[in-house]
Design a protein around this ligand. Structure first.
Ligand SMILES: Cc1cc2nc3c(=O)[nH]c(=O)nc-3n(C[C@H](O)[C@H](O)[C@H](O)COP(=O)(O)OP(=O)(O)OC[C@H]3O[C@@H](n4cnc5c(N)ncnc54)[C@H](O)[C@@H]3O)c2cc1C
Length: 390
């Protein structure tokens, strides 16, 4: 029997866990290194669109991930007067699918899947460098060798810093405070409670996201230099001035543990060099206006595993084939998520008119759904379509 191929994966986020599991399921011997002493979810809830759901299905993890998740009927955008300016029906027949899941549940599901597939997970193991000939240098001083090395070490990738691969970087002035509060019928009118709603006011947004039967994920989006808006703990009075109609909800955010992140956006000249590939946010981060950074990371990680197993070409060539297949959809999604962020800079009335304009909405709708409706490479032979909501 031929010896199994080996992979060293750096970073146990959505990208690293997906790639490690998919490779192990295909017979590879995989070791996954996580810098922290435990694998933790960063953030509160997460939108997982059709591409991410199909990836979970392909890994055999959709059923577990969907336990307790929220299935919203519509995604709404509201203007500064709480009027609906955009409405995207979801999760019905022929419509895009999206679940909202608590992040810790999603990560725990992926860790369970990795362990079941035989991935060796090493926590407290920080990689300091990786090379195109397939070597990983650890902080411990050890050097490891593998057929392929995957750097899935996040947006500020330490591994990437050794290489001049940034093609384009946009300075993002926006970010978000993320937190979770218990759901309450007092936050929004009864008919809105199960919906996903994004509220605009000036340069601020509030994202209302039921993420389980009991938990509500709230994102407060603002400019980084809007000191009151980015303050932690949340400056409730300042947020209520922008969104008086959400005062009960915003008051509930006062004591919740919260985290601020400034958004980032860059593209790389190439995603791989020799036997080393960059994956997930290390390769293609995006501001979260489409809720697709994680979906693209998972989709592309599955595609990578599939590419590495689908031909007799060299590892180097298969990594190039993978990039060629994945890059158009991922970069399209990156561009549209960036463009949607520019809506923050329009005056309220101009933004409302634009969002109401049917031509803009038509192109926006088609563009924002492209990744969501993509069937990931590697998922087709498992199912062939986005999974059914059970
Ligand atoms: C406010 C906000 C909201 C978002 N909402 C959504 C959403 O609704 N839907 C969606 O799909 N996406 C969303 N995203 C994007 C999504 O969170 C990311 O795209 C995704 O988490 C990236 O996963 P990753 O595995 O590439 O990186 P990360 O999640 O950053 O994981 C990297 C891992 O590598 C580890 N690591 C780092 N350096 C090393 C090292 N040297 N050695 C070993 N380990 C290392 C880290 O500890 C970490 O565990 C959002 C992002 C933000 C900021």
């Amino acid at each position: 029997m031929a010896p199994s191929r080996t992979a060293e994966v750096i970073g146990a986020g959505l990208a690293g866990l997906t790639a490690a599991t998919a490779l192990a399921q295909r017979g590879w011997s995989v070791r996954l290194h996580e810098r922290d002493t435990e694998i933790r979810a960063i953030g509160a809830g997460i939108y997982v669109w059709g591409n991410g759901l199909a990836t979970l299905e392909a890994l055999g993890l959709y059923g577990q991930a969907a336990i307790g998740a929220h299935v919203g009927p519509v995604l709404e955008t509201r203007d500064h007067r709480d009027r609906t300016v955009e409405e995207i029906p979801i999760n019905g027949p022929g419509q895009a699918r999206v679940l909202t899941i608590m992040r810790d549940h999603l990560i725990a599901t992926l860790v369970g899947g990795a362990e079941k597939a035989g991935v060796e997970i090493v926590t407290g193991s920080e990689a300091v460098e990786a090379t195109p000939d397939g070597r990983v240098l650890l902080r411990s001083g050890d050097t490891l060798r593998a057929d392929v090395v995957l750097a899935a070490d996040g947006v500020n990738s330490r591994i990437r810093r050794h290489y001049d691969v940034i093609a384009h970087r946009s300075v993002m002035r926006q970010g978000a405070t993320r937190l979770t509060v218990p759901r309450s019928p007092d936050f929004v009118p009864a008919e809105d409670q199960g919906k996903y709603i994004e509220y605009f006011s000036g340069r601020r947004r509030v994202l209302y996201t039921p993420s389980s039967e009991t938990s509500l994920y709230v994102a407060l989006v603002a400019d980084e230099d809007d000191r009151a808006a980015s303050r932690i703990p949340v400056d409730v009075a300042s947020w209520i001035r922008s969104f008086p109609h959400l005062s009960t909800l915003l008051s509930a955010c006062a004591d919740a543990p919260a985290r601020w992140d400034t958004f980032q956006f860059h593209t790389l000249t190439r995603w791989s060099m020799g036997r080393l590939a960059f994956l997930g946010d290390a390769a293609h981060p995006q501001p979260p206006y489409l809720g697709q950074g994680g979906g693209c990371a998972m989709m592309s990680a599955l595609g990578l595993a599939d590419a590495l197993c689908s031909s007799d070409a060299s590892v180097e060539q298969r990594l190039r084939d993978w990039e060629y297949a994945e890059r158009p959809t991922v970069e399209h999604t990156q561009r549209w998520s960036y463009r949607l962020g520019q809506l923050n800079y329009l005056p309220d009335s101009a933004r409302s008119s634009l969002l109401r304009g049917s031509r803009f909405l038509a192109s926006l709708g088609a563009s924002r759904m492209r990744a969501a409706r993509t069937i990931p490479t590697g998922a087709d032979r498992f199912d062939g379509s986005a999974p059914t909501i059970r």
